[in-house]
Design a protein around this ligand. Sequence first.
Ligand code: IPD
Ligand code: CA
Ligand code: CA
Length: 250
Amino acid sequence: VHWNEIALEIAREVEREVMPLFGTPKAGETIGTNVSGDVTEYVDKVAEDVVLGRLQPLGVNVVSEERGFVDNGSDYTVIVDPIDGSYNFTAGIPVFALSFAVFRDKKPVYGAIYEFVPGNFYEAIPGEGAFMNGKPIKVRKPERGKEALSFYTRGRCTGLIEKVKRVRVLGAIAVELAYLAKGALDGVLDVRNYVRTTDIAAGALIAREAGALITDERGRELKLRLDATSKTNIVAVNDRYLLDLILEEL
Ligand code: IPD
Ligand code: CA
Ligand code: CA
């Protein structure tokens, strides 16, 4: 299976269906609650219908953010968030993306993030690296005192804000992990015990393949559960010293 082709086709089709709704009240209409108890907005449903419709003929298992686990007894499981950053989408803030990760048994085999507004397509294959629009990407080497961090802590370890130069909280962790991977951010942390595998599976793989360290809130290798409801913490950084700096504050 050519996962890259499938992911890009799905991304483009979601883009065609959802972009006319960008920044409109219609996009944000509540149409129910999802498997983790969050509201499903109209745009989430439109996007998810496209994704599930496309994946269905492949017979793979799917874990998607709104509908949850669809078990087809396959070795392959696709973990997908059709729109990460729904709030941004509806509010007209152009930071949101499709997140698409493929596992064979419990092992990741492919990850993709499509950031709709700039039209950037990020990918990773374990052991082969990370790419943006087909070109290899790498995390950058942070400069001490010049770090830029994305930061979800719900009031924990706010001392960290004083220790880094820039804090950017963009509201779509898939995008933020892609930015870490391409060297636009130095770290991404969410320690609210709030993010789900659907939010971060692709981003963690892409950032790791670009050279990032991806850990839990204690600095241990992050292990993801392949379901739609488990919540987790993530600390993702481009350098060991930054990990130590963060862990000290947590
Ligand atoms: C949200 C985004 C956001 C994160 C939230 C997620 P959604 O996803 O990833 O960055 O802080 O935890 O729920 O709901 O827009 O797909
Ligand atoms: Ca999400
Ligand atoms: Ca979503």
